[in-house]
Design a protein around this ligand. Structure first.
Ligand code: COA
Length: 299
């Protein structure tokens, strides 16, 4: 199913590994399937994630892997499976269901028809890295740091933020197990031997795809970006994605162009059908640049 629909080889071993490392978020049924005469025709996955919002911790559902085999399309399988997942989430007293999609996909009609609304766009940024001699030699860069260092830096960075900030300590292991979004590189920036930031990235030739780059002190961001450029001499750095994070303005100051225009969208549905999208956005203080989510949080 996943190979046909997404080009993603989700092997039985990978499912086993995901179940083991992502125990708290993955339900016992792993994913739901539409089956006809032993033929698997449709799939929907959901995980439950603790998020931070203005009134405290809110456990949400995050939907992944919605697909129907092309030969079984338009027979209502996806709609039925979505309905089943919504019921199961409500059975666990979960109010909000999130998912990431593209407005250019037919799936967008499915979600709109089920009363999902756009919470925010999934924005990208790009920086053309011209000089490999950019300054700040005082900042060193350590690839393959201790997991604990990254965990502590993220806790400090996110202490006043909302959204996807309640990460388990084995978050990096979890993301590696899912292999979505892929990364091949984690590094920590240090000044006077003290960690001041980290990045999770994918280095592909002369392009650095930054999944996340966090500095607890915003003013360190530009110097860390420069340290990365000095070390790896990329032609381009891509940022995917930045959503309402309070670092957005500082990425721009550091030479990134953010498009504020994208087919990518993060959608949400109030399963109790009560709150407006404006109310939900306020809960996560998105207008105040307090919402944190990067591509590494996506399922
Ligand atoms: C999106 C997808 C899961 C829909 O599966 P499906 O079982 O065919 O969907 P359903 O028959 O339940 O249709 C439900 C609604 O989806 C929308 N929809 C489905 N196929 C559509 C198409 N080809 N064109 C436009 N809208 C479509 C319609 O709104 C439909 O409601 P309607 O029948 O009342 O008009 C399927 O097309 C798919 O697997 N796409 C490729 C993978 C993908 O993009 N997944 C989503 C990732 S976010």
């Amino acid at each position: 199913m996943n190979l046909i629909c997404f080009g993603w080889l989700l092997s039985p071993d990978q499912v086993k590994l995901i179940r083991k490392v992502d125990k708290k978020r993955v339900p016992d049924y792993f994913a739901l399937y539409a089956v006809e005469k032993e033929d698997i025709l449709g799939q929907i996955g959901v995980v439950t994630v603790d998020t931070q919002c203005a009134h405290g911790i809110e456990k949400i559902g995050y939907i992944w892997g919605v697909c129907t085999k092309p030969s079984a399309a338009k027979r209502g399988f996806a709609k039925k499976l979505m309905g089943e997942v919504h019921e199961r989430l409500q059975g666990e007293n979960i109010r909000y269901s999130f998912l990431g999609t593209g407005k250019s996909l037919v799936a967008y009609n499915l979600y709109r028809g089920l009363d999902y609304s756009e919470f925010t766009i999934l924005d990208r940024g790009i920086k053309v890295s011209k000089s490999s001699k950019v300054g700040h030699k005082d900042i060193t860069f350590t690839p393959t740091p201790k997991n604990e260092t990254v965990v502590n830096l993220f806790k400090e960075y996110s202490k006043d933020l909302m959204g996807f900030v309640k990460r388990p300590n084995n978050f990096l292991e979890i993301r590696k197990a899912w292999s979505w979004m892929p990364y091949n590189f984690v590094g920590v920036f240090k000044e006077d031997k003290k960690p001041i930031g980290y990045t999770i990235a994918s280095i592909e030739g002369k392009i650095i795809k930054v999944r996340e780059l966090c500095c607890p002190k915003i003013e360190d961001l530009q110097r860390c970006i420069n340290a990365l450029e000095r070390e790896y001499k990329p032609n381009h750095m891509l940022l995917e994605w930045v959503i309402g994070s309070h670092l957005e303005k500082d990425f721009i100051k550091s030479g990134f162009k953010l498009f504020s225009d994208s087919w990518g969208t993060l959608m949400v549905k109030d399963l109790k059908d009560k709150y407006t999208i404006d109310h939900i956005r306020k809960l996560y203080r998105i207008e105040e640049d307090k919402f944190h989510m990067t591509s590494i949080d996506e399922y």
